[in-house]
Ligand binder design. Structure first.
Ligand code: X5A
Ligand code: ZN
Length: 665
């Protein structure tokens, strides 16, 4: 199943015809450079090209009023003067004789994308469109937008395909107020947006964009706003909000379809956003959404006005949709204070609607965000050119998933049976014998360990992406793999253990970080680099487990930034396949997808699902989640509390920083 790419040059054929400083950044080149970058990098060729179509009147009327549509329909026949006057009724937008045609195509492109994904022709996809959509309202163009492409697509998915729940993730730097207004009272569409806000001083300067606009009536709780009150937000700020707010709520909601208002004005270099997140962060944001809704993710371009940053960000997004491993995330030093305040406010406000947020801290007493106030004048540095390194080329290794299986266990389709091409260095063999076999000449074990070591080496060389091994003695295999992997100076290994196992002691030098999930572990042996999490009902409490994954494991993993993830599964862990696949799917965002799964040899039934996950297949949905067990929430929170000083990505309130003053820098 592939990735759709929808693009038509026709959408470059309109532009601003008069002087308007507010609109001059919305240029046709936005589309040509994005598309050209996809072609040049070879990504376009790997996508399934799907033609655009014109949205019909009835499609457009799913969201817009008849009067408005009739008005826009007249614009192709207007003189320049008429166009100017027509434009004047609306904010920060311009019309052109060809824009109605392009807007029909832009909305139609989003519909084609939904069709391709819903009919199973592709797994996911991206539509490169102009004009953008998320600001346009029922009866008004706004912010460069004419028709609300994503809102129309969401209504279409519901009405045409009977989709029950749609998640809209708006990572554009502006608030998509048009989308918010469209679905305010609709609990079947969960709208999430982060946006530059600056205490209501940033366009569109709406009170409705603050964290306390949560939706109305039946839709209360289904509108989530995270206002940024400062500029220069970084990768850590974006990832924190995903881990501590969007992902837990999204898993609880359990969408059938994910639509992304994919604006890239939230990336570094953009003149509108003035943020500092780098283009590679979009690989991670995309990856983190790809196990929702059975992988049905449709990204539709919105903003993005720095042509370099835009093109790089589009490539990162599409390459991730295609399934290539995400790059190692750069500079995750933890979220800034202002981001934490916003996150805190949004989490507290939503805790009454989402059981996964029940334990969120109370709203801060001095309400920081809802009051509009004049910002202190910032010193003028906007003319300084912002530079950042071009993201590294991302390679998908020739072998995606290699497996080491005992005789008689079938290799899952698409996986690569791992054999030794040459004999292992006799020095290593001797060391193995000495260290693990106590001198015994157990050929079978020696062969398994040798293969594991060779596999780790090939992963390190990026010849193999991920691996899966079914082993008789899991402690020995794990120790062997970890000691070998951590021996190279710049390597770090994240070990994730699932199930009851007396984890051997590792060194405390930071070369390995061990996180264990079990209902048997005790916290007594916990140390800086061994983090046991005790889950009361084992893995029966799926919500509690997912809470631990999104709120604890992912932030820890991202901050630790391992070069290898070793996932150890004990027998009879009681973890069901779908939860296991979510875990393996999410972990592949780390270490460039270098995940090595080690399972006890009586876990044969799990080989198929694990292999499929390592090959990049989306995990099946978990179904809408119930409230997590309060005991489990308490254990997760206790642990988060203990670790948050050292691991800053675990923080989700400004109080967590332990300081009572500070600044975003
Ligand atoms: C789609 C989009 C931005 C409008 C900014 C107007 N619109 N000042 O990014
Ligand atoms: Zn925008």
């Amino acid at each position: 199943m592939g990735t759709a790419l929808i693009y038509d040059e026709e959408m470059t054929k309109y532009k601003l015809l008069w002087v308007d400083p507010a609109c001059k950044i919305e240029v046709p080149e936005r589309l040509t450079v994005s598309h050209e970058a996809l072609v040049q990098s070879g990504l376009a060729d790997r996508c399934i090209s799907v033609p655009v179509r014109k949205a019909t009147d009835s499609d457009i009327l799913r969201v817009h009023s008849e009067e408005y549509l009739e008005g826009v329909k007249k614009t192709p026949y207007m003189t320049l003067e008429d166009l100017k006057e027509f434009t004047l009724q609306y904010g920060d937008v311009y019309f052109h004789q060809n824009i109605y045609h392009c807007a029909e195509l832009a909305a139609g492109a989003a519909l084609q994308l939904v069709d391709s994904v819903m009919t199973g022709q592709v797994r996911n996809g991206m539509a490169l469109v102009r004009p953008p959509g998320h600001h346009s309202m029922r009866s008004a163009a706004n912010g460069f937008c004419v028709f609300n492409n994503v809102a129309i697509a969401a209504q279409y998915a519901k009405q045409q395909y009977g989709v029950k729940r749609v998640l809209i993730v708006d990572w554009d730097v502006h608030h998509g107020q048009g989308v918010q207004y469209c679905f305010e009272d609709d609990p079947s569409v969960l709208y999430f947006s982060w946006h530059r806000y600056e205490h209501q001083n940033f366009w569109p300067k709406l009170r409705d964009s603050d964290f306390d606009s949560v939706g109305k009536e039946k839709g209360a709780g289904f509108n989530i706003n995270v206002p940024w009150n400062k500029t220069k937000m970084q990768n850590s700020d974006y990832l924190s909000v995903f881990c501590h707010l969007l992902l837990p709520v999204a898993y609880e909601f359990c969408p059938d379809l994910v639509l992304v208002c994919a604006g890239f004005d939230s990336a570094i270099g953009d003149p509108e956003g003035e943020m500092c997140a780098t283009p590679d962060i979009f690989a991670h944001l995309t990856h983190l959404l790809m196990n929702l809704a059975g992988g049905k993710v449709c990204a539709v371009l919105e903003g993005g006005y720095n042509l370099t940053s835009l093109a790089q960000s589009v490539c990162q997004t599409v390459q991730t949709l295609l399934g290539d491993p995400a790059p190692r995330p750069a500079n995750l030093q933890g979220p800034c204070r202002s981001a934490l305040e916003s996150l805190h406010c949004a989490r507290s406000t939503h805790r009454q609607y989402w059981p996964c947020l029940k334990h969120a801290a109370d709203l801060p007493t001095s309400d920081i965000s809802t009051k509009r106030f004049k910002l202190a004048e910032e010193k003028e540095d906007s003319d300084k050119e912002i530079v950042w390194p071009e993201p590294d080329k991302r390679f998908a290794p020739a072998v995606r998933a290699a497996v080491v299986l005992p005789d008689g266990v079938a290799c899952p389709d698409g996986c690569h049976p791992f054999t030794l091409s040459e004999d292992l260095d006799p020095l290593i063999v001797n060391k193995l014998k000495e260290k693990f076999l106590k001198g015994a000449d157990d050929r079978e074990t020696l062969s398994t360990l040798s293969r594991l070591i060779a596999l780790v080496d090939q992963m390190e060389k990026n010849e193999v992406c991920s691996g899966l091994a079914l082993v008789p003695a899991i402690t020995m295999a794990t120790m062997c793999v970890i000691q070998h992997a951590a021996s190279a100076p710049k390597n770090r290994v994240l070990v994730v253990c699932v199930g009851d196992w007396n984890v051997p002691k590792f060194t405390e030098d930071g070369k390995t970080l061990v996180m264990q999930f079990s209902n048997k572990v005790s916290e007594e042996r916990a140390s800086r680099y061994y983090i046991p999490l005790h889950l009361k009902k084992g893995f029966r409490d799926v919500s509690g487990f997912m809470q631990a994954v999104t709120g604890l494991l992912l932030p820890l993993g991202y901050q630790y930034d391992p070069s290898l993830v070793v996932l150890v599964r004990m027998s009879d862990s009681g973890l069901c396949d779908s939860v296991w696949q979510q875990l393996t799917g999410l972990l592949q965002g780390l270490a460039q997808g270098h995940t090595l799964v080690l399972m006890q040899d009586n876990e044969k039934d799990c080989v198929g699902p694990t292999g499929s996950s390592l090959l990049g297949d989306p995990a099946p949905s978990l179904g809408p989640l119930l409230a997590p067990l309060s005991e489990d929430v308490e254990s997760v929170e206790k642990l988060r509390d203990k670790l948050k000083a050292e691991w800053k990505l675990l923080q989700n309130t400004a109080q967590d920083t332990g300081k009572d003053a500070g600044d975003c820098s």
